[in-house]
Design a protein around this ligand. Structure first.
Ligand SMILES: O=P(O)(O)OC[C@H]1O[C@H](O[C@H]2O[C@H](CO)[C@@H](O)[C@H](O)[C@H]2O)[C@H](O)[C@@H](O)[C@@H]1O
Ligand SMILES: O=c1ccn([C@@H]2O[C@H](COP(=O)(O)OP(=O)(O)O)[C@@H](O)[C@H]2O)c(=O)[nH]1
Length: 725
């Protein structure tokens, strides 16, 4: 069994076939390049696709597998058909364009989706063959969005991290995906989800909230069953490897050779996979416009354009290739002279040393994608180029722009911006270049790829610890029997039961959550075997209308009123004059938040926002709470935060105080309390330590136990009745 497993669609090595020999070469692409320096540990294994359809090596599968295992790579072999639907289909004709805001290129095809799901399942099976609950599994990128959820079903305790290398689009774009919920649920199988930038994380959190209804606090999402952390980790590079490359003899020789060929011409460098997200045609058009507008630079500048063929079976990539070829031909034909070709075009993969030589030589690197998750070329260039020499032109739409703010930042859709940036970059004084590069180099040196990986893995461990605070025991198995046996032995038991969210589920309007006949029977049954106190935030009238016919006690408004022997009495000397001061503030927020409304109780005012648009509701609730804090304190009031409600009420009223009223007037040898939200935490906290306290649902709690939902709570209470009969 392996301890640390990295999973990505592409292994960091790709198989290529030369005659009947297989060669294993490093894969190109940011992810493969970045992570290859992370999986170095003996017990680590990298699982992924080796880059060729399995039909191409079917006769030698075992041999290939063995060679890959020696490199600590565990292959997931994919057939041509699987690649069609999973890789060229859903991954690169649906998710890739959609997540990069190319809606016009996005195809929604059910066949692609089926293929995507089944290949994700195939990955899950492969992982399960080498991992158990103790494993740390780090999954990468958009090809495997369902994998965390699939693994979680089988390994509920495993440590699973997920990192997305491409942008997560705004909710308005993501919402068009027909399988948007499945995708989010798949991701939420992870313990930690990482993004390159704060904006991507923000977009993800917003989609989770709007589509699945899960809130978050400082990036911690609490679903019905788990806590998942969302964090920002901008990927970096192996800084040392790049900064030290120019000292390597082979790199020096290459530099020398190119320099000789170019003389003192200035170099503008452009390196990308040939991908429509990279803004290559726009860059070429800008270079053309630059030569046109500034003739003094003709013959003095060369654009070296490296375009690495990529995803060549997808039509938009083929179209891009033709477009780039044509543009280069046109520009070279238009401006070229016998001694000067304006654009040198390399349409192949360059190896590290070739690339390093170009980075070293380039006066300007033009990194102007229309959208890019991060873009490592920008970082590699800054790390390699001498500090007094290079200038980086960087697109605002690349994740890297969030860190490399000393670059000349451009909007890649603006020809004017691009042309102006080229002119500025080629004219920047030496000192200015030095200052800018030093700052960027220092940042990359400190936060390199090792730090990135280390911080992610560390954060993964911390999430696991945070989760422990959430997990009061699920009330199952022997623990459940223990509680039931204690109840069976008791002679004078008491149950404190919350109503909404505990005995009935939430609905849009509170008055609609009335008790069903089964619940009434359940409470009647319970009242025969224990003293039952229904302890709620609801008003007196509702509670006595609904439950007045049962032999149970009722607590209304969190403890203001108690119903015993068929009548209500008030538990303290409360006033309501404060309402005139507080009500206008609540009204102001109600007017500003469609869907919200005020509920007036005898001694409290409640602002409900369950029906408001979720993000707006949360934002307004936050603002309202702030606005109320200063106001309520001198009035002896407090603001209580419940489930999509804010309640203003006298400070001394809470469910804990209400429970004390009963405990001081009787001797009980078994105390059970059940509740689902913050108002019930006062109850859990106030009870003696040997009480049996149960939180319904998942969340931070003082309760000893947890039950998953209303259904589970009712089932448990049924068992309690049976135990005594
Ligand atoms: O595997 P391919 O389909 O050939 O594509 C190559 C890789 O492209 C993408 O790279 C992304 O990750 C980089 C590192 O985090 C980031 O700098 C860049 O902005 C992203 O586009 C893709 O995400 C990888 O999965 C591919 O392997
Ligand atoms: O000829 C090339 C072109 C690119 N790369 C590597 O490919 C990666 C490209 O990563 P980036 O994040 O810029 O974009 P991606 O291709 O992942 O979208 C970088 O690490 C480059 O060093 C390479 O090895 N040879």
């Amino acid at each position: 069994m392996s301890r640390f497993i990295v999973v990505s669609n592409r292994l960091p090595v790709t198989i290529t076939q030369v005659e009947d020999q297989f060669r294993f070469e490093p894969s190109v692409g940011g992810l493969a390049t970045a992570l290859s320096s992370v999986v170095t540990n003996e017990s680590a294994l990298w699982l992924g696709w080796p880059g060729l359809p399995e039909e191409d090596f079917s006769g030698q599968k075992e041999e290939v597998k063995a060679s890959l295992l020696e490199l600590r790579c565990f292959p997931v072999c994919l057939s041509q058909e699987e690649l069609e639907t999973f890789y060229y289909g859903f991954s690169n004709r649906t998710l890739w364009p959609l997540f990069h805001y190319f809606l016009q290129y996005t195809i929604f095809d059910h066949r692609f989706w089926e293929g995507y799901r089944s290949v994700n399942e195939k990955y899950a099976e492969a992982i399960l063959s080498i991992a158990d609950e103790e494993a740390i599994i780090w999954i990468h990128d958009y090809q495997l969005l369902l994998l965390p959820g699939l693994l979680r079903e089988v390994l509920p305790r495993a440590t699973i991290g997920f990192f997305l290398h491409i942008p997560f689009p705004s909710y308005e774009v993501f919402r068009v995906l027909p399988w948007r919920r499945e995708i989010l649920e798949g991701l939420l199988g992870a313990d930690l989800i990482g993004f390159h930038t704060f904006d991507y994380a923000r977009h993800f959190l917003s989609s989770v909230r709007r589509l699945l209804g899960y809130e978050h606090e400082l990036g911690l999402i609490v679903t019905g069953t788990r806590a998942v952390k969302v964090e920002v980790f901008p990927i970096s590079i192996d800084y040392r490897k790049f900064s030290e490359a120019p000292a390597d003899q082979e790199v020096r020789d290459r530099i020398e050779k190119i320099r000789k060929e170019l003389g003192d011409r200035r170099i503008v460098l452009s390196v990308d996979r040939l991908d429509y997200t990279k803004g290559i045609p726009q860059r070429l058009l800008a270079f053309e416009a630059f030569l046109e507008r500034y003739p003094e630079f003709r013959e003095k500048v060369i654009l070296i354009l490296v375009g690495v063929p990529s995803r060549t079976e997808v039509e938009h990539y083929q179209e891009l290739k033709s477009e780039v070829d044509e543009l280069i031909g046109r520009i070279n034909g238009r401006f070229g002279t016998l001694g000067w070709t304006p654009i040198w075009y390399l349409s192949r993969v360059l190896h590290f040393k070739e690339l390093a030589a170009l980075y070293y030589l380039a006066d300007v690197a033009m990194v102007t994608p229309l959208r890019d998750g991060m873009n490592l070329i920008a970082k590699e260039y800054v790390a390699t180029v001498p500090e007094e020499k290079g200038t980086l032109i960087l697109s605002e739409m690349a994740g890297a722009a969030a860190e490399l703010s000393e670059a000349i930042l451009v909007n890649p859709f603006s020809l004017e911006d691009l042309v102006g940036a080229l002119k500025e970059a080629l004219s920047l004084p030496r000192d200015e270049r030095l200052v800018r590069n030093r700052r960027m180099k220092e940042r990359l040196r400190r936060y390199d790829i090792h730090r990135w990986a280390k911080e992610f893995v560390q954060a993964l461990g911390e999430v696991k610890k945070t989760q422990e605070n959430f997990v009061s025991f699920l009330l199952t198995g022997s623990e459940r029997q223990k509680v039931i046996s204690a109840f069976k032995r008791s002679e004078n038991p008491i149950f404190f039961l919350d109503y909404d969210g505990t005995l009935v589920s939430f609905v849009g309007r509170p008055e609609k959550a009335f008790p069903d006949p089964e619940l009434k029977d359940l409470l009647r049954g319970l009242s025969k075997v224990a003293r039952v106190v229904l302890i709620s935030g609801r008003d007196q009238e509702t509670l006595s209308n609904w439950f007045g016919d049962l032999p149970i006690s009722l607590v209304a408004e969190h403890g203001v009123f108690i119903w015993e022997d068929g009548k209500w009495f008030v538990t303290g000397d409360f006033t309501e004059d404060w309402k005139e001061t507080v009500r206008p503030v609540l009204e102001l927020y109600t007017d500003r938040t469609p869907g919200s409304f005020i509920e007036e109780k005898r001694y409290s005012l409640v602002w409900h926002y369950r029906l408001a648009e979720s993000e707006l509701g949360d934002m307004r609730a936050h603002e309202l709470k702030e606005a109320l804090l200063d106001l309520v304190h001198p009035l002896g009031l407090m603001v209580l935060e419940g489930n999509k409600v804010l309640e203003v009420k006298p400070r001394e009223i809470n469910k804990g105080e209400a429970a004390r009223y009963f405990l001081e007037r009787g001797t009980y040898d078994f105390i059970l309390a059940m509740g689902d939200d913050w108002t019930d935490e006062y109850l859990f906290e106030a009870l003696p330590s040997d009480s049996f306290t149960v939180k319904i649902g998942y969340g931070l709690t003082k309760a000893r136990y947890r039950l998953e939902n209303v259904k589970g709570a009712r089932q448990f209470l049924e068992e309690m009745i049976k135990a005594k009969s």
